[in-house]
Design a protein around this ligand. Structure first.
Ligand code: ATP
Ligand code: MG
Length: 404
């Protein structure tokens, strides 16, 4: 636990100094106990969002309309601070159906630490750590034992918890794919017959989870687990079809090679690059090249079918336009690494850096000649210091600088 980011201690200490409770919770505690470096930190507190804002002033921003939490900024990074909440009662839930698939009731009532633990999804995700005082790890649901046994167990009645928020099925499988946990029998059973319900979930929430899978170096095994539990056919038929089709094995090799590079720090954590890597097979299938090394013929008007293939592939999630446009540009640069034409323009292209990374990955997976990359230097500065990227996010959570 000494590995906790100092900024997190600092934020918690400030809250405690103002008389509130403040604890690290969720994935970060789980990861630290497993000896892994957390991707990001969530802080749970007894302070209300307005009180947190009051304490941190201009370095804090309240976000979310229905589910309000506070982003506290330190440097280029922000930390999520949310107030202890409780599960709404059956009465409160009644008649509150979602407007876009997101549950309205999920959000609202504030509660105690005890209640906050019990509204979380799995025992291993409901551990708290006190970074200021001497309470150490706080375990109110049996999470430590389950973590040691590597078991994913629901908090509360499994069927009910899965049915009320089907995204939890996906989250359970993430724990299997990312950590080698196994599902408790009742979780497995619930997923067995509730899997089709995943298609009822908000596309935005599902896409968020997919981006998070791609932010870690276990995407191949995570998608494989989702597929084995039949969650991919429910939420992403296009991926399921590809996974089982002739391009499946190569897609898995591509993801596995990507994962290895992400783990070694040799693949950018860009969302554009992640989406382009995942969509590459679908795009290639659409634009088809005459042979393995041609990818596809460059010809005028390629942008349209390429963009259409990307959008079709990600259809269930309504991917933001700027992201699919950037993924398209990145993918369409790939054949340039072979033919070397318009070299100057390619080197200047805002997606050059990421396109080069994907190309290098393809070289590895398809066993192309390593020399192909030789004439293509890694860019010196982050690509797109120029206008193209003006509207990109300036901050990321906890890890590194923002990257598209
Ligand atoms: P990751 O490493 O992917 O960030 P995480 O467990 O931290 O994993 P987050 O999405 O960051 O996942 O969520 C933080 C915490 O919020 C979880 O650990 C869990 O306690 C709680 N949580 C998130 N999603 C749900 C959900 N759908 N239902 C109940 N609790 C949830
Ligand atoms: Mg997290």
């Amino acid at each position: 636990m000494e590995k906790i980011a100092p900024e997190v201690r600092h934020i918690a200490r400030r809250l405690v100094q103002h008389g509130f409770d403040a604890l690290v919770v969720g994935g970060a505690v789980r990861d630290l106990l497993l000896g892994r470096e957390p991707k990001d930190y969530d802080i749970a507190t007894s302070a209300r969002p307005e009180e947190v804002k009051e304490i941190f002033g201009r370095s804090a921003r309240i976000i979310g309309r229905r589910f309000r939490l506070v982003h506290v900024y330190r440097g280029h990074t922000f930390y999520e601070v949310s107030t202890f909440r409780r599960e709404p009662t059956t009465e409160e839930r009644k008649g509150r159906v979602d407007d876009d698939g997101v549950m309205l009731w999920r959000d609202n009532a504030y509660g105690t630490l005890e209640q906050d633990a019990h509204r979380r999804d799995f025992t291993v995700n409901a551990l708290y750590y006190d970074p200021v005082g001497d309470r150490g790890v706080i375990d109110l649901t049996g999470g430590v034992a389950d973590l040691e046994a590597r078991i994913v167990r629901s908090i509360g009645p499994t069927e009910v918890r899965m049915a009320e928020d089907p995204v939890r099925m996906l989250r359970a499988c993430k724990l299997v794919g990312q950590y080698g946990f196994r599902l408790a029998p009742e979780v497995e059973e619930a997923i067995g017959h509730l899997a089709p319900q995943l298609r009822l979930c908000s596309p935005a929430r599902l896409f968020e989870e997919i981006l998070k899978i791609l932010a870690k170096p276990w995407s191949a095994s995570t998608f494989q687990t989702l597929h084995e539990y039949e969650l991919t056919p429910a939420m992403w038929p296009g991926l399921a079809e590809m996974w089982d089709g002739p391009r499946g094995p190569e897609l898995r090799r591509l993801l596995a090679a990507r994962d290895a590079r992400v783990a070694a720090g040799g693949y950018s954590k860009s969302r554009t690059l992640a989406l382009a890597t995942l969509a590459f097979s679908a795009v290639e299938a659409e634009l088809k090249g005459p042979s393995d090394t041609v990818l596809w013929e460059r010809r005028p008007g390629l942008e349209k079918p390429c963009r259409a293939a990307i959008q079709r592939f990600f259809a269930p999630f309504r991917v933001p336009r700027y992201l699919s446009a950037r993924a398209r540009d990145l993918i369409l640069l790939l054949p340039r690494f072979f033919d070397g034409r318009r070299r100057g323009r390619v080197l200047e292209h805002p997606e050059y850096k990421y396109s080069r990374e994907l190309f290098s990955l393809l070289c590895e997976v398809r066993r192309w000649d390593g020399d192909l990359l030789e004439g293509w230097p890694p860019p010196h500065s982050p690509p797109g210091a120029s206008g193209r990227r003006r509207n990109r996010r300036r901050f990321t959570r906890t890890t590194g600088k923002a990257s598209g």
